[in-house]
Design a protein around this ligand. Structure first.
Ligand SMILES: *Cc1c(COP(=O)(O)O)cnc(C)c1O
Length: 235
């Protein structure tokens, strides 16, 4: 028996419950089902149960599944993205969550132009915890460069993303999520005149998405709870 129907039901129930407890409309939280390392057949199961937003962290895996699965899926690139691989996904993804430098954003701009992609939505990845192993800009780097990100024409900054450090106690993620939200508020205020909307927040994984929803998450990225533990032993 597949784990998917039960895991998905649990994730959706917990999203609804966390949102309602926080006085939020559950429809303002989008579940992104993260099927990395899992076969397309499992993603198809979640698709057949109504899920349309799927996340992958590797370009090659994303493009392979893109070819194999229905075209109304919204693909989310959530992993570290190398400049030389942008061209493979720029016309296939709904949202790139993991833009961590101005250089990368400029490559996305250029590749979008080449492919005739009018707009490509991105989030800026921020390392709010300061943990060294993490990708992402520091809050200061982000604030210094935000005007240049916002000046891009095809690339549209829609919000911020963060990955909290791994912890047994999800409460420890709360200050990081709170910091990300405050950053987006700061950016909105700093750019009041531009009427910009960088309010979307991608934060929270299987272990801590309830806390992330309480702190304002718009996207939660859930893998293990839906698809089960990942097996990396063959890679
Ligand atoms: C793998 C991954 C997830 C999902 O993590 P789970 O703990 O399995 O829910 C979320 N976000 C990113 C960036 C990931 O790489």
């Amino acid at each position: 028996m597949s784990h998917v129907p039960e895991g998905l039901k649990e994730a959706l129930e917990q999203i609804t419950e966390a949102a309602e407890n926080a006085g939020r409309d559950p429809r303002d939280v989008t579940l992104i089902a993260v099927g990395k390392t899992k076969p397309a057949s499992m993603i198809r199961e979640a698709y057949d149960l109504g899920i349309r937003d799927f996340g992958e962290n590797k370009v090659q895996e994303l493009t392979a599944k893109y070819e194999e699965l229905p075209k109304d899926i919204r693909w989310h690139m959530i992993g570290h993205l190398q400049s030389n691989k942008v061209k493979y996904i720029v016309d296939k993804v709904a949202l790139i969550h993991s833009v961590d430098s101005l250089k990368l954003a400029k490559v996305i701009e250029k590749e979008a132009a080449k492919k005739g992609v009018e707009h490509i939505d991105i989030l800026l990845e921020v390392n709010v915890s300061g943990e060294e192993s993490k990708f992402g800009m520091t809050p200061d780097e982000l604030l210094e460069q935000i005007d240049e990100f916002l000046a891009l024409e095809r690339v549209r900054v829609r919000g911020l993303m963060t990955i909290a450090p791994f912890t047994e106690d999800p409460e420890e993620s709360r200050p990081h999520f709170r910091r990300l939200r405050q950053l987006s508020v700061d950016i909105q205020q700093q750019n009041r005149h531009n009427n910009i909307d960088v309010a979307r927040l991608s934060m929270g994984m299987s272990g801590d998405f309830r806390i992330a929803i309480e702190e304002g998450a718009s996207y939660v990225r859930i893998g293990t709870m839906i698809f089960g533990e990942r097996d990396y032993s063959h890679q």
